[in-house]
Design a protein around this ligand. Structure first.
Ligand code: SF4
Length: 368
C-alpha cells in the first residue's frame, strides 16, 4: 500500500468530530501503552490531552534520552538559487514576486562552503527554488561534488525528482533528503499552489518514498503549519513518518515543525500553531515514534528552542542564512526565503546546548 492509499482512507474522516470525542480516559489509556497506534496519536494531539502535557513531557524526555542520548545534531542551510517556477502563495521566492534573482556559480558555492564550514558546521542542507532549467541536475551534481570537500553530510531540499535522478545525486555525494508536503489537505494544497509543477499533489506526496527507494540514508518531512488545520496536519505528518519508518527501516526518518508566524509571501497563517500546541505535538510524536528525529529550525525564537531541547528535539539548525549567498555576502540586496528568529551564531548555540547538559554534535555520519 502506498502512502497515497493510506492517506485516502482518511478522505472523509471527520477530524473535528473525532478530536471533540476524545475523553480523558482515552488519553490516559494511550499514555499507559508501550506501542501507540494511530488512534493513540489522535488522542494525544487532541485538546483533551493538553492538561497532560507535563506527564507527556516526562515520558517523552525519557524515550528521547533512551533512543538518542543527550545530543543535539547541528546543521545549516545553504541556498544556492532562488529561481522558481512555482507560485506557492506563502513563499517569498514565488515566481510572481519581482526581485533580482540569483544562482550561485560553482566558485561562489565553494566560497559559501568555506565560510560555513569554518563556523564548525559539518552537516549542510543545500536548497534551491524549483526551476529545472536554471538548476538542472548537472548543476546540482557539480554543487554537491564541491560541497563534499567541506561537509561530511549533504542533505537536499530541492524540487521533487524521479528515483533515478535521486540516485545520480546520491552518487555525487548527497545522503539525505528533505521534502515538505506543505499541506496534506488536498483542497488547501490546490489553493496555495495555483501554478507550476508543485501543483501535482500526488507526485509530491510520494517523493519521500522515491527518495528512500533511491537510497537516501535520512528523510525529513513535514507540513508548513499555518496552511491547514494544525491538528489533522500533525496527525498526517506522524502517519507519514511512521509509514516511511515501517516500510524503510534502514532510513532515518525525521519531521520538521516549520510554522508560519506572520505574513509570508503575502499571506497570513489561517491556522496559528501556538507555542504550547507545538510542544504538545512534539511530545505526541515522540510517544508514537520513539526513534523519530525532530528538527527545530531558526524560524523559532531562541528562548523556545532552548526549552525544546528537553522536549524531544534531536536536531537544530544554527547560524543560518536563508538568502542566496548569505554566508559570504556574494549577493548583496537579496531577499531571504523567510525571516529568522534565532540569530545566534554556531558557537553560541553549541554553548547553550552544553549549558543544558547536552552535547552539540557536528558530525555523526561520514560517507566513508
Ligand atoms: S516554497 Fe519552494 S517551490 Fe514554492 S515558491 Fe518557494 S521556493 Fe518555489
Amino acid at each position: 500500500m502506498s502512502f497515497l492509499e493510506k492517506i485516502t482512507e482518511f478522505e472523509f474522516f471527520d477530524f473535528k468530530e473525532y478530536f471533540d470525542s476524545v475523553s480523558s480516559q482515552d488519553v490516559e489509556n494511550s499514555l499507559n501503552k508501550n506501542n501507540l497506534d494511530k488512534f493513540d496519536l489522535l488522542s494525544l494531539l487532541s485538546n483533551t490531552a493538553t492538561p497532560y502535557i507535563e506527564q507527556m513531557a516526562q515520558q517523552a524526555n525519557k524515550l528521547t534520552i533512551q533512543y538518542f542520548g543527550r545530543v543535539i545534531s547541528l546543521y545549516a542551510p545553504l541556498y544556492i538559487s532562488d529561481y522558481c517556477n512555482n507560485s506557492c502563495t506563502y513563499c517569498g521566492f514565488n515566481r510572481q514576486n519581482q526581485f533580482k534573482r540569483k544562482k550561485l556559480s560553482i566558485a561562489e558555492i565553494e566560497s559559501e562552503a568555506k565560510v560555513l564550514s569554518n563556523s564548525g558546521i559539518k552537516h549542510v542542507l543545500l536548497l534551491t527554488g524549483e526551476d529545472l532549467v536554471k538548476t538542472p541536475i548537472s548543476y546540482l551534481v557539480e554543487s554537491i561534488q564541491v560541497l563534499t570537500k567541506y561537509f561530511s553530510s549533504i542533505a537536499l531540499e530541492i524540487f521533487p525528482m524521479d528515483t533515478n535522478d535521486y540516485k545520480t545525486l546520491i552518487n555525487a555525494g548527497a545522503d539525505s533528503l528533505t521534502v515538505y508536503q506543505e499541506v496534506y489537505n488536498k483542497s488547501i494544497y490546490k489553493d496555495v499552489h495555483p501554478q507550476g509543477m508543485k501543483r501535482d499533489y500526488k507526485y509530491r506526496l510520494l517523493t519521500p518514498e522515491r527518495g528512500a527507494i533511491a537510497g537516501f540514508r535520512a528523510i525529513n518531512i513535514g507540513p508548513l503549519y499555518g496552511l491547514g488545520n494544525v491538528q489533522s496536519e500533525a496527525f498526517f505528518a506522524g502517519l507519514h513518518a511512521k509509514y516511511l519508518e515501517q516500510k524503510h527501516p534502514d532510513v532515518e526518518v525525521s519531521v520538521s515543525v516549520p510554522r508560519m508566524t506572520k505574513a509570508e509571501g503575502g499571506i497570513s497563517p489561517k491556522n496559528l500553531l501556538s507555542d504550547k500546541t507545538l510542544v504538545q505535538f512534539m511530545l505526541a510524536w515522540r510517544l508514537y515514534m520513539p526513534r523519530l528525529g525532530i528538527n527545530i529550525s531558526t524560524r523559532e525564537p531562541a528562548w523556545l528552542r532552548d526549552k525544546l531541547i528537553h522536549l524531544g528535539a534531536t536536531k537544530f539548525s544554527a547560524g543560518s542564512k536563508t538568502d542566496v549567498g548569505g554566508y559570504s555576502k556574494v549577493n548583496k540586496g537579496n531577499i531571504p526565503q523567510f525571516e529568522l528568529s534565532d540569530t545566534r551564531n554556531v558557537d553560541e548555540i553549541a554553548q547553550m546546548i552544553k549549558e543544558k547538559g547536552y552535547q552539540a554534535v557536528f558530525k555523526d555520519w561520514d560517507a566513508a
